[in-house]
Design a protein around this ligand. Sequence first.
Ligand code: ZN
Length: 103
Amino acid sequence: MGTPVRHFTATAPDGQVFTVNIERDFRFDPYRDSLVCTHCDWSPSLLTMKKIADMAGEHLASVHGADQGLSQQEDEGFRKARLIMLPIVAVLLIVLFVHLRNS
Ligand SMILES: [Zn+2]
């Protein structure tokens, strides 16, 4: 449904890695983010960015016993897409600016 944009991972004492994703639903404007555990049905409603990290870490620790090495990283595909999009948007703005000045 949503596109994973960020991953929270933590490691259990037995070495198993658990992941909670932030999934972004672009069908909404402004887009809607949701927190989704990849190991169970946990998918709470969201408030702020800071809370999301806390919630993800707490869920991984309390439900899955993964209380070590909590980290978060941007989804690789999403990061690349944004890196490609930024220069395109910048060029479009410059073109628009030049066009407006010349008209
Ligand atoms: Zn879970």
